[in-house]
Design a protein around this ligand. Structure first.
Ligand SMILES: [Zn+2]
Ligand SMILES: [Zn+2]
Length: 295
């Protein structure tokens, strides 16, 4: 392991908001590593590779055979159903590691491997087209990587988030509009992506859409989904869609785009022995950009 990003899902796992899959597990699923054993013809010893949340699929279920391996009936999740990257060494399936572009160093590549890929998948699930108005609700690790991709597609980006540090980061990255979680974007949005584990935020995003607009919910866990008024919020062919896991195609497509647009994440680095502190800082919304653990 050369670097491992810290994801909100890690927090949900260690705090028990996701049901435990085993008695004990090493979290971490945004791993930059180097092949030291089990080399293959495509992945010789020394190859720099990434390991992400999707640690494996069965390859045989209906979803796997219909191009939707993110929905596999029997998936393996890195740092959840198998041990992950808060460690010196990690075991990974050779067909679920991604050779990494050399443009970015280890610490700045790690946050791309879940936050980046899932953020990118969220844009796909929301159906973002070039030049659209897109809302990002919550502005942590994933959203701050989605913003430059949207800018590369000539979209205008509206960021609504609590926390002055998050708003400052959004402004510095050139968001079209930045407001608090209680402020509504000044124009109706074509698409919105929510990044906070909060049902209230999903409703705020829904209330910001034009007719026919889509909210993609980028959260593996929500506190709750509040009751809401169908007539004013969903009628008019608005849609709410969840974003679930990722495919290897999402990973490879995103890593290619990230290299093309020279995407450089904002990172805060913690040594491996301070992994708990990294998780606590994330929990307190006190990280600007992404937390990364280094050995
Ligand atoms: Zn993650
Ligand atoms: Zn499957």
């Amino acid at each position: 392991m050369r670097a491992c990003g810290v994801c909100r899902t890690d927090l949900h796992i260690v705090e028990g908001e996701l049901p435990p899959r085993r008695r004990a597990v090493v979290p971490g699923h945004q791993i930059v590593g180097e092949v030291v054993e089990g080399a293959t013809a495509l992945l010789p010893v020394g190859t720099r590779v990434g390991v992400s949340w999707i640690g494996g699929v069965d390859g045989t279920c209906w979803y796997c055979s219909h191009g939707a391996e993110n929905l596999c009936d029997a998936p393996t999740f890195t740092g959840y159903s198998i041990d992950g990257g808060y460690a010196e060494y990690v075991l990974a399936r050779s067909d679920f590691v991604f050779p990494l572009p050399s443009a970015l160093d280890d610490l700045h590549t790690a946050p791309l491997l879940c936050a980046g890929i899932i953020g990118f998948r969220s844009l796909r699930v929301a159906g973002v087209q070039a030049k659209e108005r897109v809302g990002l609700f919550g502005f942590g690790a994933s959203a701050h990587l989605a913003l430059p991709v949207l800018q590369a597609w000539d979209c205008s980006v509206y960021v609504s988030t609590r926390g002055a540090a998050h708003r400052a980061l959004a402004s510095s990255l050139g968001a079209t509009w930045v407001g608090t979680e209680r402020e509504k974007p000044p124009v109706p949005l074509d698409r919105a992506i929510t990044f906070a584990p909060s049902g209230d935020v999903v409703l705020a995003a829904l209330a910001s859409l034009r007719k026919g607009g889509v909210v993609a919910v980028n959260a593996i866990h929500l506190d709750r989904m509040p009751e809401f008024d169908y007539d004013t919020l969903l009628w008019g062919e608005r849609q709410i869609r969840s974003v679930t896991n990722m495919t290897r195609a999402d990973a490879n497509d995103f890593l290619r785009i990230a290299a093309e647009i020279r995407l450089v994440p904002e990172v805060t680095v913690f040594p491996l022995v301070r992994a708990n502190e990294a998780l606590l800082t994330l929990k307190n919304d006190a990280i600007s950009g992404a937390a990364v653990i280094a050995p």
